[in-house]
Design a protein around this ligand. Structure first.
Ligand code: HEC
Ligand code: HEC
Length: 290
């Protein structure tokens, strides 16, 4: 082997070993009160920007003009984003001051980011940053409304923001429940005797805090044992110890555990019918792992 290649391989190995020791011995300070070192920050920020722009490539941008769109976007922004990102003349909530990375001012972001990238980021969120994904909370149309409003932000003085904000009623005044796109459609049960799409269910499950309370095979994360582990759930006779384990019952349990056990520690997570069906389909793939 060429000496250069050998040296390079050795250096790479040493680099990997150094990174592994930093991680293993707890040397990197994870405290949100300490900033990232500059190289780590630049690397993470660069990776984030590149990742977003690669994934947003090819998203078709609809017409974002028109006051109704901007008004609806403002209503959603005020309900879901203001707390962390603030608005002209409006500070975010105190909890957001303690976040690292600190949530960006949307005024700057709106100037610099193309609409497709804003859309992608709001829909999918940013791992390990505190930026939530809104895909399961807002419809695509609502996300585009938010993007339309964010694009308007740089042009708004605090007074203009207040004025516009006064024209827009709070979300709960509208007919649709806030943040629940596709929430329980009445005819959804007609969709067929059994749950939907297991892959979609796995994805939805990751987006509803299930693994903060359950150990779930195939889902990476906390897997905390607050509730029973969900492996082998397909073979269990009862759901939550109270309800015969049928697909239909599973869907209903996931949507509202208190309906069957008023004292259940499993919260009602406001699942849409579709998400509950997809999750049930996924859960029944967890057959015989114990
Ligand atoms: C719980 C706090 C929180 C909420 C709520 C939140 N965000 Fe974020 N957001 C963050 C954090 C933290 C980041 C990553 C740091 C940063 O801003 O770069 C971020 C990043 C972003 C980015 C990338 C901007 C950039 O310059 O890095 C956009 C765009 C964004 N958020 C839009 C929104 C919108 C629109 C909403 C409402 C639908 C929203 N966020 C709700 C915390 C939040
Ligand atoms: C805050 C904690 C918590 C969260 C979040 C949570 N669960 Fe539960 N879950 C429980 C507890 C506790 C039980 C046990 C039943 C009881 O106490 O009534 C349970 C029971 C269940 C059961 C029945 C298990 C059995 O062996 O009978 C299923 C299935 C289930 N949860 C699925 C889910 C799914 C899917 C999600 C996400 C959409 C979820 N859970 C979110 C706490 C939680």
């Amino acid at each position: 082997m060429n000496i250069r290649i050998r040296t390079l391989a050795l250096l790479l190995l040493m680099g990997a070993a150094a990174a592994a020791s930093i991680a293993h011995f707890g040397l990197y300070d994870i405290a949100a009160t300490e900033q990232h070192t500059k190289p780590v920050y630049l690397l993470l920020d660069h990776a984030m920007r590149k990742s977003v722009s690669k994934r947003a490539d090819g998203i078709a941008v609809p017409d974002l003009s028109g006051e109704p769109r901007i008004h609806n976007g403002l209503a959603h922004y005020r309900a879901h984003c203001l707390q962390c990102h603030g608005a002209p003349g409006v500070a975010p909530e105190p909890f957001s001051y303690g976040m690292t990375p600190a949530p960006a001012s949307m005024v700057i972001t709106a100037r610099e980011w193309p609409p497709a990238e804003l859309f992608w980021t709001v829909k999918h969120g940013i791992k390990m940053s505190g930026m939530p994904a809104w895909e399961y909370r807002l419809s695509d149309t609502e996300i585009w409304d938010v993007v339309a409003f964010v694009r308007r932000l740089p042009a708004l003085s605090p007074q203009a923001y207040q004025q516009l904000s006064r024209q827009v009623p709070p979300l709960h005044a509208s007919a649709e429940p806030a943040g629940l796109p596709g929430a329980p459609a009445k005819d959804a049960l007609a969709a067929g005797p059994m749950p939907g799409d297991a892959e979609a269910g796995k994805r939805a499950l990751q987006q509803h805090l299930c693994l903060t309370c359950h150990e779930i095979p195939g889902i990476v994360g906390q897997n905390a044992p607050v509730g029973p582990p969900l492996n082998g759930i397909a073979g269990r006779r009862y759901i939550g110890g109270v309800l015969p384990n049928t697909p239909e019952n599973m869907v209903r349990w996931l949507q509202n555990p208190q309906q069957f056990d008023p004292l259940s520690a499993m919260p009602n997570l406001q699942l849409s019918e579709k998400d509950a069906r997809d999750m049930a389909a996924f859960l029944y793939t967890l057959e015989d792992l114990d």
